[in-house]
Ligand binder design. Structure first.
Ligand code: M6R
Length: 366
């Protein structure tokens, strides 16, 4: 059942080239010209009329949702609000029939996410699910939806579901952007072609396994970790920190790289490793400045950079090189070495990786 791997989590990390292939199968054309999700196509009007998209989720699914905000705003020019399901449902949120609410949940059973979607539905919103477990409660309660099709996820730490969720959000944003005429053909085709290449790109990322395993040994005894990223990779930083916390029990904090200097920078010393996600994107130069600021305070830096990088790589203490991909899909690649880092640190510490203390796979308590 673990397919020869010592833990489900490692098996699921390594499955990602295949799970993403399954996720895009029949939905993305190889020539980069078409993306079709039937749940979106069948409800085209509701999406095109929407004044706003609300995404409700918890934990890792909430991190994927934050990337969704970037994708929809970039490609479809629709305002998006991302909410913790537990906060949304206990507020008195303003919802109308001009809203589309997306409930994002791997298990499809998270009590708060289900309650949030019921609340929005009562107030007239069109509710759409992005889930993994087929026939679970959330897909049954929604008007329509789209499965991520990554297969059963057993490890409590979500890995392949996260990359599947971001992939589905990217496909939705491309499709809606095209329908609305808010994305240029050239951009559409570039992203779609990269979506199609994701399985092979992930295979390359997984070749970093030994490198990350070696790095993990250096940092096993750190008491705190900081994860920084900007733009599309800010949620990937949050996700990297959550992975480390939940399975290794090391305190970790994810932070937008620029926000660091408004407080978190006070924590930096030679005891605290900082993981900086710094792919070559629009804000690369700014991220490099953040790396310099950490270095100036004797911080130890692990930088995730685009292959061939010479600037950030020279300042950082340790470097992990990611293949080149369009910016909006980069968190799908950068999140994987961070899954591996959390995994190996937890294994080095002898933790119960697949069933960390105090956690359950589906959170059905409120
Ligand atoms: O099944 P869901 O996606 O609704 O679950 C949400 C969270 O409970 C889940 O992502 C949790 O944060 C994971 N253990 C993170 O790895």
């Amino acid at each position: 059942e673990k397919g020869g791997y010592p833990h489900f989590m490692l098996k699921e990390i390594f499955e990602q080239p295949r799970t993403l292939r399954d996720c895009i199968r029949g939905r993305v054309s190889a020539d980069g010209k078409h993306v079709v999700l039937s749940g979106v196509l069948d409800n085209k009007e509701r999406f095109l009329d929407a004044h706003r998209i609300l995404i409700v989720a918890c934990g890792t699914s909430w991190h994927a949702a934050l990337i969704g905000k970037h994708l929809f705003e970039d490609m479809c020019r629709i305002p998006v609000e991302v909410e913790y399901a537990s906060e949304f449902r206990y507020r008195n949120p303003v919802v109308s029939d001009k809203d589309v609410l997306i409930a994002m949940s791997q298990s499809g059973e998270t009590a708060d996410t289900l309650a949030a979607l019921e609340l929005a539905k009562e107030q007239g919103a069109f509710v759409f699910g992005i889930c993994n477990v087929i026939g679970s409660s959330i897909p049954r309660a929604t008007d329509s939806g789209c499965y991520i099709h990554v297969g059963p996820e057993i490890g409590v730490a979500s890995t392949k579901a996260f990359t599947g969720q971001v992939t589905v959000l990217a496909m939705m944003a491309l499709m809606l952007g095209r329908m609305k005429g808010t994305i240029a053909d050239e951009a559409f085709e570039r992203v779609t072609r990269d979506l199609h290449r994701l399985p092979e790109l992930l295979q390359e990322v997984l070749e970093l396994d030994t490198r990350v395993k070696d790095l993990s040994k250096i940092f096993t005894y750190a008491k705190n970790f900081l994860y920084l990223g900007r733009g599309y990779n800010y949620p990937a930083a949050l996700e990297g920190a959550l992975k480390l916390k939940e399975i290794s029990y090391i305190h970790a904090e994810g932070c937008p790289a620029a926000e660091m200097k408004h407080g978190t920078i006070a924590l930096i010393d030679d005891d605290m490793p900082t993981v900086v996600i710094a792919p070559r994107d629009k804000i690369y130069d700014k991220t490099v400045s953040n790396i310099q600021q950490i270095k100036a305070r004797n911080g130890r830096i692990i930088a995730l950079v685009t292959r061939g990088d010479e600037v950030a790589a020279k300042i950082a203490d340790y470097v992990i090189e990611i293949p080149e991909v369009c910016e909006c899909l980069s968190p799908i690649l950068t999140s994987v070495p961070l899954q591996l880092l959390a995994y190996y640190v937890a294994v080095n510490k002898g933790r119960n990786v697949d069933q960390p203390r105090n956690l359950a796979k589906s959170v059905t308590v409120e």
